[in-house]
Design a binder for this molecule. Sequence first.
Ligand SMILES: NC(=O)c1ccc[n+]([C@@H]2O[C@H](COP(=O)([O-])OP(=O)(O)OC[C@H]3O[C@@H](n4cnc5c(N)ncnc54)[C@H](O)[C@@H]3O)[C@@H](O)[C@H]2O)c1
Length: 359
Amino acid sequence: MDKLHVNLGAESYDICFNDSFDKLVYSLREIGAPNKLLIVTDTHVAPLYAGEVGSLLKEAGYDSAVYAFPAGEENKGMDAILGICGACLEHGLDRKSMIIALGGGVVGDMAGFAAAIYMRGIDFVQIPTTLLSQSDSSVGGKTGIDFMESKNILGAFHQPRLVYINVSTLKTLPPVEFISGMGEVIKHGIIRDAEFYGFIKDNSELIKSLDSRTLIEMSKKNCGIKARVVERDEKENGLRAILNFGHTIGHAAESALNFTTTHGECVGLGMVAVSRIAARRGLIGREILEDMENTLKMYGFRTRMALPAAEEIYSFMLKDKKKTDGRLKFVLPVRIGDVTQTRDVTEEEIFDAISYISE
Ligand SMILES: NC(=O)c1ccc[n+]([C@@H]2O[C@H](COP(=O)([O-])OP(=O)(O)OC[C@H]3O[C@@H](n4cnc5c(N)ncnc54)[C@H](O)[C@@H]3O)[C@@H](O)[C@H]2O)c1
């Protein structure tokens, strides 16, 4: 089985890559998982995978139970957290017990947050089942929930003990969610690794047809990029902010569109917008901007969208929690595989970029 080590001192862990759940029990034994486990999932994923995972754990002698909360970002709040904590109590989890997060980014963020606060913190394992969670949210230890219309505003850094990626779960994922996850994968190539970006371009047919071997290779390379960034800046004091490439404008567009479009597609749009700013500044050539747009289109992204007025999108950007010292932070590409962070992007550049991505 392919593996990747995330080196965070006492909080280090492995990411395992497979095309089945066959090695899950072996991986749990390797980390000395306790006997009492709670599988936390959502109502879409439960009927697909909770039975198989639950049976494997029970057959191996674990005392496991399943708790499923209603699927969807709109449920990523305190009520569901209290539901998870209630299930922990009912199943008799103690300080040595463990939560298994089985699902997409919403499940991972919430199960992780519940694990961070239950009995002042218990261990948890991530079994991500969407492309977004397999390529981004399950690695890095950010957990949290939405509150008062602000995304991920309450949370904690809590690293998992293990991430187990079964790429076969992507076979049941709706295509729109696959595209959303590819946004983060392409982002990692652009910000950090030109060779990986080339791999994504060269293998698009195998990736889109969900060829297991190619997906495992992509996932491993991709998680490696995120892991190396997180290792250097676990708590986002500097370098980790480059992972927000495309998010400042993308997030604002997502909010202005009232979350009717997926996060990943908005990030893709945001990446085009900031690359337009970079191209106008001469940081990258126009051909690089064009190449990025073509790569996104190759995976089904729209690089232009009917958007609300630029003023509205800008007002959402000003609410962005990543804004400090009154100035928005932007991550601009300087070539494929490298970016720079800046706070000097002007309103004129922002409005031009929004107009560029508007239909
Ligand atoms: N912690 C981080 O670092 C981080 C990073 C990026 C995003 N996020 C968070 O991740 C969340 C988005 O994650 P997501 O895109 O995975 O959303 P999600 O968890 O809502 O999953 C999308 C949909 O797919 C369903 N689903 C999950 N796995 C499936 C499968 N294998 N087959 C069929 N359906 C499946 C889910 O039930 C849901 O309906 C957001 O809340 C975002 O804030 C966190």
